[in-house]
Design a protein around this ligand. Structure first.
Ligand code: UD1
Ligand code: CA
Length: 458
């Protein structure tokens, strides 16, 4: 349960220069979800309220996360992590929270348990609690300074670190995760100065200031906190994504999913794969997908926000987004199902069939080379090879309805809006612009004439 007395502030206004991308860094994705989604989910799990400081690319941030926009606080100029917190402070104050968690937005592997540890330390009376890590190579991370008895003295950014002044580099670094007592740190926050190499207001300077003012500062050192370090480069992003991927796949295997070539299987954090579901890598199951027990996904498939019921099967090289396959339904190889595609029980689509916002009734089939858009197809109907629903007139989309048991001959164009009745048959090669009644045969094509002897070449 989130702590109502706690507010979390996610710092996400920076550009992320080292990513070499026009996107704000926190919009980079891991397993199909933005960094910001991971951090916001961890924050929401423990904090009653969440704020997100945005700045660089804020319009993109809003359009990617409309559901989070209420939490956004704008930092117009990125003058440093301390400045980012200052910008959010008015809303922190207004929230009435006693504790403020601060989380760097580029730390997608942070878990609610990490944040709970900080809150626990704060609940025991710390004015500032923060997580540190021991790294074999401390690189560009802020160094934690300790006194002779191991007591924390401050944090010095890598750029400003001077062994002559600060002592030997111990490899203990700041992860960027803090829990602050709102009342205790307020004055210190607004007394930060930018007398450092970057000319920024550093949140990390709060630690030294708090120690000097006699506040209670706790650094929780983690031996295994490599995963908590921020992502600053494409290489770090790839490593973090692989760490998450391997963890999810290992969990699925342990729970009883059948996974062939697991090293190529990608399952997003929101996807549900039930024990007894069968996946063959390489494949990607992303978004809010759900693969039920007994359902199968073949190699080289991508499923996003797609639901497979028991016994449904997606064969190799298929691409599904926002699709639903009921029990025993089958798609592919080489199927493309777009949002709103639904295959009811035992329905089938085969190779090079595209469906969008269309329902294939129980046992209905579209086996080859077909486009079904804005169509409702009745039970056991058969859609011949090369059938196209012409659903778009250049301005509007229109619906095609095909009744149960209807048979659509190959290479038919159904010009919507149009209805083919139950049990009706459409002759191959037809361009159907008018409704075909139940049980009728509809043919709309040029008549064949055979001209004897005319095949001879002169
Ligand atoms: C920061 C810490 C460093 C720590 C490291 C851990 C500071 C000064 N340094 O360094 O001690 O070891 O994280 O990963 O805090 N941001 C804003 N507004 C700004 C500047 C930054 O919102 O004006 C956001 C960024 O979008 C980012 C986060 O704050 O999500 C951290 O900023 P970043 O530039 O990545 O800090 P580091 O140099 O990695
Ligand atoms: Ca960083």
């Amino acid at each position: 349960m989130p702590h109502q007395n706690t507010i979390a502030v996610i710092l996400a206004a920076g550009k992320g220069t080292r990513m070499h991308s026009d996107k704000p860094k926190v919009l980079q994705t891991l397993l199909g979800e933005t960094m910001l989604r991971y951090v916001a989910a961890a924050a929401r799990a423990v904090a009653g309220q969440v704020l997100i400081v945005v700045g660089h690319g804020q319009e993109q941030m809003r359009s990617c996360h409309p559901d989070l926009a209420e939490s956004f606080v704008l930092q117009e100029e990125q003058l440093g992590t301390g400045h980012a917190l200052q910008v959010a402070w008015e809303r922190v104050r207004a929230s009435g929270a006693g504790h403020c968690l601060v989380i760097n937005g580029d730390t997608p592997l942070v878990t609610p348990a990490d944040l709970e540890d900080l809150l626990q330390t704060a609940a025991e009376g710390a004015d500032i609690a923060f997580l540190t890590a021991l790294l074999p190579q401390a690189g560009a991370f802020g160094r934690v300074l300790r006194g002779t008895d191991g007591e924390v003295k401050g944090i010095v950014e890598a750029k400003d670190f001077d062994p002559g002044r600060d002592g030997p580099d111990t490899g203990e670094v700041n992860t960027g995760l803090f829990c602050l007592s709102v009342n205790s740190v307020e004055n210190l926050l607004f007394s930060l100065t930018n007398g450092n190499r970057a000319g920024e207001l550093y949140i990390t300077d709060l630690v030294g200031l708090a120690v000097e003012s006699g506040l209670d500062v706790h650094a929780l050192r983690r031996e295994d906190a490599g995963a908590l370090m921020g992502i600053n480069s494409p290489l770090e992003l790839a490593r973090a994504e692989e760490f998450l991927r391997a963890g999810i796949v290992a969990q699925l295997l342990a729970s009883g999913c059948l996974i062939h070539h697991p090293e190529g299987v990608v399952v997003g954090p929101r996807a549900v794969v039930e024990p007894g579901a069968e996946l063959t890598g390489p494949c990607r199951i992303l978004g809010a997908s759900k693969i039920a027990r007994g359902a199968r996904v073949g190699a080289f498939c991508q499923l996003i926000d797609t639901v497979l019921a028991a016994g449904a099967e997606v064969r190799e090289f298929s691409h599904l987004e926002g699709a639903t396959l009921e029990a025993g339904a089958m798609a592919g190889p080489y199927a493309r199902l777009r949002p709103g595609a639904k295959l009811m029980e035992n329905a089938r689509v085969g190779n090079f069939v595209e469906m969008k916002k269309s329902v294939l009734g129980p046992g209905a089939k579209a086996s080859h080379l077909t486009y079904l858009g804005d169509a409702e197809i009745g039970a056991a109907a058969n859609i011949g090879a090369g059938t196209i629903t012409c659903n778009y007139d250049g301005t509007h989309k229109h619906t095609t309805i095909i009744g149960a048991g209807a048979f659509i001959g190959s290479n038919t164009a159904l010009v919507a809006p149009v209805r083919v009745g139950q049990g009706a048959v459409v002759g191959a090669g037809s361009v159907i612009t008018k409704d075909v009644p139940d049980g009728a045969l509809g043919i709309a094509r040029g008549k064949q004439s055979n001209l004897p002897g005319r095949a001879k070449k002169t």
